[in-house]
Design a protein around this ligand. Structure first.
Ligand code: HEC
Length: 93
């Protein structure tokens, strides 16, 4: 009986440990936005909160930038998944 309880405790702590590992790898869209975009987009650049831009347009602007403006390219910095999570945050989803 004791053995079963021990086994149960080991298994649950292993599950919690693995869950905490996978969470720490994920940076939320909100954090990504605050770290990389807010300096401009909460001041001089257009407000993006609640953006109505289509996702593909948004993604293209973020990855390629807009030449001739302060909006630079983030191609080397973000994966598509990260662009998607910033977009979801801005759309409030
Ligand atoms: C150095 C300042 C700066 C930073 C940092 C920056 N942007 Fe921009 N962004 C701008 C400016 C300025 C514009 C307006 C460009 C123009 O005149 O068309 C813009 C435009 C945009 C647009 C188009 C908005 C529209 O409605 O036309 C999107 C989308 C955008 N930025 C997303 C982002 C995201 C997402 C980040 C962070 C990953 C980011 N930007 C970081 C300055 C910045």
């Amino acid at each position: 009986m004791k053995k079963i309880i021990k086994l149960f405790l080991y298994t649950t702590s292993a599950v919690f440990f693995l869950a905490s590992l996978s969470n720490s790898n994920e940076i939320s869209g909100e954090n990504l936005f605050n770290r990389n975009c807010a300096a401009c987009h909460k001041k001089t650049a257009p407000n993006l909160l609640g953006t109505t831009l289509d996702y593909n347009v948004f993604k293209s602007i973020v990855l390629n930038g807009r030449s001739g403006t302060m909006m630079g390219s983030f191609k080397s910095k973000f994966s598509e998944h990260e662009v998607k999570s910033i977009y979801s945050f801005l759309r409030g989803k």
